[in-house]
Ligand binder design. Structure first.
Ligand code: DX5
Ligand code: ZN
Length: 235
């Protein structure tokens, strides 16, 4: 479905472990574990201390991860004016780059910049941002990321209303003639994953549920199984 050099966004479930909750001193070991567990993507949260009240990692760490990861890198930019850093993250090895609608003044230009570099471009909606914010950009994006917590930290509680948001985003995309995947991020675990998938999100990001578990490899497998058994899909 996916490989190191190419990202294929399908309608089937894709598990994207967020390394935000990994052991940063053992990143190579932790990423290898979730890859053995069947991770489709590696989700990397980039925070600048301005757009969100937390600072995480930048291009040098992404470059290091790129050398050891065998799955595509899904980079979630929680930064102000992301245009300034698109090329740095592309050079570091991004396969998918998502930017918040709230953080980019000229969103259409940002999306065109990302796609022009041959990288999948996504837009992200905060919990309080209406689905309608996608109205004009929907035909241009490769995926949409719906935040199901307020961005900035791992291990927060899933906001149940996000499921309706996912449905509204799917309707909006369909009206725009697009069938691109919806990614959901925040509070995804074996209890919320199937509901998110049934609502229309196929890329499931999970940090705490995977890296907070004693065995991240088994937790990755368990997340996919939870979707499969609840929906009857061959996830
Ligand atoms: C939050 C990040 C998420 C976070 C999810 O700002 O965008 O990717 O790591 O973590 P959990 O799954 O623990 O909510
Ligand atoms: Zn994220």
């Amino acid at each position: 479905m996916t490989d190191r050099g190419r990202v294929v966004l399908t309608g089937g479930v894709q598990i994207a472990p967020s390394i935000l909750s990994a052991n940063f001193a053992e990143l190579g070991r932790d990423i290898a574990a979730v890859e053995r567990g069947g991770a489709d993507l590696i989700h990397i949260d980039v925070m600048d201390g301005h757009f969100v009240p937390n600072i995480t990692i930048g291009p040098p760490v992404v470059r290091a991860i790129k050398r050891i990861a065998t799955r595509p890198l899904d980079i979630h930019l929680m930064i102000e004016k992301p245009d300034r850093y698109v090329d740095d993250f592309v050079r570091a090895g991004a396969n998918m780059l998502s930017v918040h609608v709230e953080g980019s003044t000229h969103l259409h230009r940002t999306i065109a910049l990302i796609k022009g570099r041959g990288v999948k471009a996504g837009v992200v909606l905060n919990p309080s941002t209406p689905a309608a914010a996608l109205e004009e950009i929907a035909p241009d994006v490769d995926f949409v990321l719906v935040m199901s917590v307020n961005p900035g930290f791992g291990g927060q509680t899933f906001i149940p209303r996000s499921l309706d948001k996912v449905r509204r985003v799917r309707e909006l995309l369909t009206r725009a003639g697009s069938s691109v995947p919806i990614e959901i991020d925040g509070g995804i675990d074996a209890g919320t994953a199937a509901d998110a998938f049934s609502a229309g999100a196929s890329i499931l990001v999970a940090g705490h549920a995977i890296f907070g578990a004693p065995d991240p490899e088994a937790a990755t497998r368990a997340l996919r199984a939870a979707v499969g058994s609840a929906t009857g899909s061959h996830a």
